[in-house]
Each structure stands twice: as structure tokens, then as C-alpha cells.
Write a protein that binds this ligand. Structure first.
Ligand code: THU
Length: 134
């Protein structure tokens, strides 16, 4: 499968933001995880009235990727409404790290067209691994 362009990924994340379920925080987030296979997987935040059970968009997208049969992340794009665009929370950084290289790009965008680019290695140096590597 050919890899989607960055513009296509941006468009997909923007469209799917409307599916976020964020009635408590009013902070919708969508994430597109593109696997090395080229397949894009979408996640949105899914909140719960028992607040700690809420799920972040990035974790939902990584779960979709694994369920879809992919295991390697090419890049992650996160769409939020804040300025500057929100970077992934600490837990999401660890979840992404499981399936990424330190150089994997994490691109954070918002409705205003602002963009911040990181690598997962910058966002989470020394990610936890059972063998201590990284
Ligand atoms: N949220 C995400 O979806 N991803 C993050 O990396 C940080 C926060 C969600 C969780 C909650 O539904 C809302 O944003 C406000 O914290």
C-alpha cells in the first residue's frame, strides 16, 4: 500500500476530530498513527464519566494499529485545538515508544495550522524497556 502524504494525514486527523468523545474536558484530540506498511490508523480520545477511565487519542490509535495487524510506527500526527498544539502526554509517549524508533516523528497540529515536530526519542528519552535498552 502506498503511504499517505502528510497533507492526507493532516486532513484525516482534522476530519476525525469530530468523532472525539470529550464531553467532560471539552478537549477533543485525534491521532493518526501511520504504520510502516503505509496503513493509517485513527484514534480519538474517549472519555468516561468515571474520569480516570478516559482514553487518549494516541493510545486508541496504537490499539487500532495492533488490532489491524501492524507493529511498526512510521509517524504519528496529533490534532488538538490548543495553541500551541498539544504534545502527547507521558503515558502516550511510552505507548508509542513500544512500536517506534527513537527517530519516529511526532507531528502536533491544530485548527489554526500551527505545527510542532518532535521525535519520540526527544519526547521520551530512555523509554522503559524490560531489557533496559534505548
Ligand atoms: N488527551 C489525549 O487524547 N492525548 C494526550 O496525549 C493528552 C490528553 C485527552 C485526554 C482527555 O480526554 C483530554 O485530552 C483532556 O486531558
Amino acid at each position: 500500500m502506498s503511504k499517505p502524504t502528510l497533507d492526507e494525514i493532516r486532513k484525516l486527523a482534522k476530519e476525525k476530530l469530530a468523532n472525539a468523545y470529550a464531553p467532560y474536558s471539552h478537549f477533543p484530540v485525534s491521532a493518526v498513527v501511520v504504520a510502516k506498511s503505509g496503513r493509517p490508523y485513527v484514534g480519538v480520545n474517549v472519555e468516561n464519566s468515571a474520569y480516570p477511565l478516559s482514553r487518549c487519542a494516541e493510545q486508541v490509535a496504537v490499539g487500532a494499529m495492533v488490532a489491524g495487524g501492524d507493529r511498526e510506527i512510521e509517524l504519528v500526527l496529533i490534532h488538538s485545538t490548543s495553541s500551541p498544539p498539544a504534545a502527547p502526554c507521558g503515558a502516550c509517549r511510552q505507548v508509542i515508544s513500544e512500536f517506534a524508533d527513537p527517530e519516529t516523528p511526532i507531528i502536533c497540529v491544530n485548527d489554526a495550522g500551527e505545527e510542532r515536530r518532535f521525535t519520540i526519542g526527544e519526547l521520551l528519552p530512555a523509554a522503559f524497556k524490560l531489557d533496559g535498552s534505548r
